[in-house]
Design a protein around this ligand. Structure first.
Ligand SMILES: Cc1cc2nc3c(=O)[nH]c(=O)nc-3n(C[C@H](O)[C@H](O)[C@H](O)COP(=O)(O)OP(=O)(O)OC[C@H]3O[C@@H](n4cnc5c(N)ncnc54)[C@H](O)[C@@H]3O)c2cc1C
Length: 480
């Protein structure tokens, strides 16, 4: 896959040259910058870094500063060993297994790196939701979310005087020597003027293309204009670096805050604006299905869906992360008809759907921590697990719509983060990391993939290691 935009040839005149130019200051860009500065210090080199960021200083630009950053880590901060198998399964063999294995190896080292740099990781044992991770019902998230990670990394970056942070500076083109070596970027400054930032190596860490409507339309398809961004910082991610696919999530339409995801569709029913169910809510565990049901809401259900459940579920889950990410209380009523009115649905139709659902359920035991086989028969679609009757008032509901969270695909790179040309050869001087680095590549048809809790992890310290040597450093960590 080629790098976006036209390259500019030959440099003339004297210029200030950096050892490394990093584009983007999310997890991937900040990790790269800090790692590089620290490694230079360790070996007594004064490597100069330019960190280029389109957003303003102090602004929560990009995705990393908005995410809760849920991570599939166990108690010892080891990465879920099943994730690579899941990637293989859902991509029908297309996901790069070497990349996944490398990530599994690097993530614990990166987690330790974050701890060493003042990030606090919260460990959570989940008692209700079947995670289906190989982490013993455990996951991890940083205290203060992704914003806290970036702040911690920046506290350290600012201690170096050999880094220049260029805010409100948008990279627009790569610069190359005539021999094809990448040697910087052309940027547009806040005053609208263009200038060149020269560097021996360039790391592209500028996220996905959530903020580029044209690319969304081209690579994802029609009606992407109906997908709002889940967080405002995504507007800066305009796809400098490319390409294709997306992940969206169901959020509370009433919420005043970003990232108001309603996770627990598994434990009730989800209907469309005509009160019809349209998705097997119990098909698999939460993280294997939340992207797909959001996609269907956007693509096939006019961007409107409604989660309906009863107090048997809500009493168990609230307070907690499953339903409390929104800043609004759920709609509530002692009758299904009353709930329908509050949700703006037809009371008779919703009652009919709930009654039919309840009547179609088998008599297996309801077990939140297993694919319990408690299911309906004869509905279209059936709910194949966790089909507990909705019969214990008060009843609860949330109106939902899909919002765009991140994009898939991107530049193909090797295990040392070197960007590969379409021939498979590394482009000298060019690296990529984070969401922009490809995992499925352009062969993969557009499907949402249950890769939640992985996107953040694609910003490991591996990204900088190769920069000290032209040789691959795949075994660098073992040699340490
Ligand atoms: C609300 C939300 C919740 C999420 N939840 C999770 C989760 O729980 N677990 C998980 O693993 N992932 C999650 N994700 C996805 C994850 O946060 C991102 O994939 C990850 O943070 C991407 O990091 P990044 O450094 O590659 O990109 P970003 O953090 O997006 O950083 C890219 C930076 O580049 C800048 N930029 C863009 N273009 C240019 C340009 N041309 N020139 C200069 N600068 C530019 C942007 O302003 C931005 O600061 C979530 C995302 C969101 C938005």
């Amino acid at each position: 896959m080629s790098v976006v935009s036209q390259v500019v040839s030959s440099l003339t005149g004297s210029h200030h040259e950096y050892d490394l130019v990093v584009v983007g200051s999310g997890f991937a860009g900040s990790m790269t910058t800090l790692n590089f500065l620290e490694e230079c210090k360790k070996i007594g080199k004064r490597g100069k870094v330019a960190l280029i960021e389109a957003g303003k200083e102090g602004e929560r630009c990009g995705a990393s500063r908005w995410t809760m950053a849920y991570l599939r880590l166990d108690k010892d901060n080891k990465f879920d060993t099943d994730w690579k198998h899941e990637m293989k399964r859902v991509s029908e063999g297309l996901a790069d297994q070497e990349y996944c294995a490398k990530m599994e190896q690097e993530v614990p080292i990166t987690a330790q790196y974050l701890l060493d740099h003042g990030v606090k990781l919260n460990h959570h044992d989940e008692k209700n939701v079947l995670l289906e991770f190989n982490t013993s019902q455990h996951f991890v998230f940083p205290e203060g979310g992704g914003h806290a990670i970036i702040n911690a990394l920046f506290d350290h970056i600012r201690k170096f005087d050999n880094v220049t942070i260029m805010w409100q500076t948008q990279a627009e083109q790569l610069l190359t020597h005539d021999d094809g070596r990448v040697c910087g970027v052309r940027v547009r400054k806040a005053d609208g003027h263009m200038t060149k930032v020269h560097g021996k190596k360039v790391m592209l860490a500028c996220g996905g293309f959530e903020g580029n409507r044209e690319m969304l339309g081209k690579y994802v398809g029609p009606r992407t204009e109906h997908l709002e961004l889940i967080a405002p910082g995504l507007k800066y991610n305009t796809g400098f670096g490319l390409k294709m696919g997306l992940e969206c999530e169901l959020v509370d339409t009433r919420a005043k805050k970003p990232d108001a995801v309603i996770w627990g569709h598994n434990y009730g029913i989800v209907v469309n604006e005509h009160c019809k169910r349209f998705y097997d809510e119990g098909k698999r565990h939460l993280f294997a299905t939340f992207e797909m049901i959001a996609l269907e809401t956007w693509r096939d259900q006019n961007q409107k869906s409604y989660f309906v459940t009863d107090s048997a579920i809500m009493d168990r889950f609230r307070p907690g992360w499953v339903y409390d990410t929104t800043d609004q209380e759920p709609e509530k009523s002692d009758t299904i008809e009353g709930l329908a009115e509050k949700l703006g649905l037809d009371p008779k139709e919703l009652k009919k759907t709930v009654d039919e659902f309840n009547a179609a359920i088998n008599d297996k035991d309801f077990n939140l921590l297993a694919l319990d086989g408690k299911r309906t028969h004869g509905l279209s679609p059936d709910k194949t697990n966790w089909a507990n009757p909705i019969n214990k008032p008060p009843y609860y509901g949330y109106p939902m719509k899909a919002q765009l969270t991140f994009t898939y695909g991107g530049l193909k790179c090797d295990l040392d983060s070197r960007v590969l040309a379409t021939t498979g050869v590394p482009i000298p001087g060019l690296y990529c990391a984070g969401e922009l680095s490809g995992l499925f590549y352009n062969e993969c048809k557009f499907i949402p993939v249950p890769s939640s809790q992985t996107s953040v992890c694609r910003s490991t310290r591996i990204n900088t290691l190769h920069m000290f040597s032209e040789k691959p450093i795949r075994r660098f960590t073992e040699a340490e």
